[in-house]
Design a protein around this ligand. Structure first.
Ligand SMILES: [Mg+2]
Length: 409
């Protein structure tokens, strides 16, 4: 059930110096909801919405960069290395063989892949295209982001590496991903799908049905297991609901009602699963109150998708960005991935980068990140305008194929 999702890919560095509800039910529900949501969409001011989107994406990259400090460590080792430090900073990173491949304040593969999705959306005028994402993944595996001084994609997980190395991956990514999952005995459920998904909670955020379909479409490109898909859907649903600010999720006093966001995220994500047991496990994960219950540094299980998802939804219940992320980082395990998802969810809830430590905003490639987000936002805004101009009958629900999937394990 659990797996370690990591693989050291090559010796390159980033451093420039060297280095089951039916589909019909769901569609009907959303076609009703999307109409009422749209009027609210128009009420959000651009600067406020833009800042919330920036906070979500920065939250992901910051969590990834600060999480690198303890990635693959046990809680005990993290405490030994950093326990004496009250406020963790990028410069505190211990440069062992794993960590020295990144400069201080650089994010890792988790946010690289999120940015690949964002670039694909930008290039395709907002359309979600798994084949384009697959091509970009393969190119990134071999080159990284050359403009950032990369020599190859670093730190690619086992599952992702196996799938994107298959001959027909670029043409048929879902097929390749399904084959690898089936060959594993339907056992593999690593966090490589959920770690990059935050951008898909932002994309078409006003249309919940699209958010659901997009999350699954891109997750399945490399991660076919229903639990991986449920994880991606849960995160994307929560982010899109926070951007929508509907009255059932957002009080007039300006606070989110996290309980109802979690309820709706569970309802959506659980449609990827079948047995009551599977849904109960997901429910428990989303409702995690004590971070230690997740055992984030559990041997041979650190890359399990529900550990990452649990950490993300635990963070959603917190209010202090530094404190929450530092607690996750100091728990060890797949800390960069756990903190990336947590940073995106809590960043979206807080709604502004002013709630982040200033030193953490100083990401190594911040200027380049801003450029990527700005280009993407131009496309997103155009799509929102087109949506707002559509007549109701033109807003046909997306066909979401929720085929029954055999329960894994
Ligand atoms: Mg990573």
């Amino acid at each position: 059930m659990e797996t370690d999702e990591r693989r050291k890919a090559g010796m390159g560095t980033r451093s420039a110096k060297m280095h089951s509800k039916s589909a019909t039910d769901a569609n009907e529900r959303y076609s009703e909801q999307s109409c009422s949501r749209e009027s609210r969409t128009c009420q959000r001011t651009d600067p406020e919405l833009d800042e919330q989107i920036f906070a979500t994406l920065y939250g992901q990259c910051i969590g990834d960069a600060i999480g690198l400090l303890t990635e693959f460590m046990s809680r005990r080792k993290a405490d030994k290395c950093y326990g004496h430090i009250k406020k963790l900073e990028y410069r505190d990173k211990i440069d062992d063989d794993h960590r020295k491949r990144w400069d201080n304040g650089d994010w890792t593969d988790d946010s690289d892949q999120m940015i690949l999705i964002m670039q694909s959306l930008t290039d395709k005028n907002g359309d979600v295209d798994p084949r384009d994402f697959a091509r970009k993944l393969v190119h990134w595996k071999e080159n990284g982001f050359r403009k950032l001084g990369d020599t190859c994609g670093l730190d690619i997980g086992h599952t992702t590496y196996a799938i994107i190395s298959m001959n027909d991956f670029e043409q048929h990514p879902h097929k390749a991903s399904k084959e690898v999952w089936e060959e594993s005995g339907k056992y593999l459920a690593p966090n490589g799908g959920v770690m990059r998904t935050s951008i898909l909670g932002i994309h078409d955020w006003w249309n919940q049905n699209k958010v659901y379909a997009n999350a699954i479409d891109i997750c399945k490109t490399t991660h076919y297991d229903p639990r991986c898909q449920a994880s991606a859907v849960a995160v994307c649903t929560a982010i899109s609901l926070m951007l929508q600010k509907r009255s059932i999720h957002f009080k007039q006093t300006g606070e989110y009602i996290v309980e109802t966001i979690i309820e709706d995220a569970f309802r959506e994500a659980s449609t990827c699963l079948h047995s009551k047991h599977e849904k109960d496990v997901l429910q428990k994960c989303l409702r995690c109150v004590n971070l230690s219950d997740l055992k984030l540094d559990e041997e041979n299980a650190i890359g399990y998708t529900y550990k990452c998802l649990g950490a993300g939804f635990w963070a959603l219940k917190q209010n202090d960005f530094r404190q929450a992320l530092q607690e996750i980082v100091m728990s060890g395990g797949d800390a960069d991935t756990n903190a990336a998802v947590a940073g995106a969810l809590l960043g979206c809830k807080l709604g502004s980068r002013k709630h982040f430590p200033e030193t953490w905003l100083d990401l190594k490639n911040r200027k380049w990140l801003d450029e990527q987000i700005d280009k993407y936002l131009t496309v997103l805004k155009k799509r929102q305008i087109e949506w707002n101009l559509m007549k109701e009958e033109e807003r046909r629900p997306v066909k979401v194929h929720r085929k029954p999937m055999k329960a894994a394990m």
